[in-house]
Ligand binder design. Structure first.
Ligand SMILES: C[S+](C)CC[C@H](N)C(=O)O
Ligand SMILES: N[C@@H](CCS)C(=O)O
Ligand SMILES: [Zn+2]
Length: 326
């Protein structure tokens, strides 16, 4: 299936959802709720090694909650990350492949079950392969600072992303989800790579923000979106894992800067301490508030809405119920 048909699949899903599809919620968070220990350089991706069945269970829980798009477990899964764990290249690549396979299996099993039930309100979900930023791989919280240092060039970022992207694309997801991109250079690297690799799968690129105005690097979103707006591979641009109270302003901003669809899936409002590897309490929003926010974000034009870290299936259930009530 070519790029155009895959774009159409996504557009069709959004239409079926009444104009706004639901992305799942915090994947790592739900793993932890089930007792997974992810205080690890691989973070949520450590479960690909330790407990793949749990990954499938979490995908199923988000599908059950009403997610129209499930994001795979590959956010912090990288070949260098697996190599430094003593795995071989073949083993590393097969874990990346497995991240897509687990989500596809969960989606197919869930759809097989619900599509037989008359009057159900679900859509056949799409699988988005997660591609975390270089900062996520560094595991030092730099996806929230955008500060990669002077030695990190455009080519270095492309080299970092290239093989993982190839393997994930080959595994056959419906979509690619670049997550928590903190600066313009990495956004550009991702876009150029999609073109160089002639990728035939639609992608979204999401930035983080720590001030509600700019990318973490301090660059404006106008600068960051420049390369993305010109790319035929990019279906949507937006924000993930930033606090919910920033989202309204950011949607308004993005709406002026791009014709791409807008995707938002904020965290609960807690703040990640990259050194201590824990979430610090801050202004934190619950499911009821998310439900109210989601309506507002939809009315402002967001086409894909979900949750990120510290949100759970109950958050997604609230959002889904709200957005599909029409
Ligand atoms: C989205 S953050 C909470 C993921 C974890 C981070 N990259 C780390 O390893 O510290
Ligand atoms: N989708 C990621 C989080 C991105 S910040 C995960 O939960 O593994
Ligand atoms: Zn997150």
């Amino acid at each position: 299936m070519g790029l155009e048909k895959k774009f159409a699949l996504l557009e069709d899903l959004i239409k079926k959802c009444g104009g706004c599809a639901v992305v799942d919620g915090g994947f790592a968070t739900q793993l932890e709720i089930h007792g997974a220990a992810i205080n690890d350089p691989l973070w949520s991706a450590v479960s690909l090694i330790k407990n793949p069945e749990l990954i499938k269970r979490v995908h199923m829980e988000y599908l059950e909650a009403g997610a129209d798009i499930v994001v795979t477990s590959s956010y912090q899964a990288t070949i260098p990350g697996f190599l430094s764990r003593g795995l071989s290249i073949e083993e590393s690549e097969s874990l990346l492949q497995k991240s897509v396979q687990l989500a596809v299996e969960a989606r197919d099993r869930f759809w097989d079950k619900v599509s037989k039930v008359s009057g159900h309100s679900y859509n056949r979900a799409l699988v988005a392969a997660s591609i975390g930023s270089y900062g996520a791989y560094l595991a030092d919280g730099s996806e929230y600072s955008g500060n990669y240092g002077e030695n990190v060039s455009l080519d270095k970022l492309k080299d970092f992303h290239r093989r993982r992207l190839q393997v994930l694309v080959e595994a056959g997801p419906d979509l690619l989800a670049f997550e928590t991109i903190p600066n313009k250079l990495e956004a550009q690297a991702c876009v150029e790579l999609l073109e160089e690799e002639k990728v035939q799968i639609p992608a979204w690129i999401c930035f983080t923000s720590v001030d509600g105005e700019k990318a973490p690097s301090g660059e404006s979103f106008e600068e960051c979106l420049e390369a993305l707006n010109k790319s035929n591979n990019i279906y949507a641009v937006g924000i993930n894992c930033a606090p919910p109270q920033f989202i309204e302003n950011l949607i308004r901003k993005f709406a002026k800067l791009t014709k791409k669809a807008i995707v938002v899936y904020p965290n609960s409002g807690e703040v990640w301490d990259g050194k201590a590897k824990q979430w610090l309490p801050s202004q934190c929003f619950g499911d009821d508030e998310f439900e109210m926010f989601a309506t507002k974000w939809r009315d402002l034009g967001a086409k894909l809405i979900g949750g990120c870290c510290r949100t759970t299936p109950s958050t997604i259930k609230a959002i889904s119920k709200d957005l599909k009530r029409r």
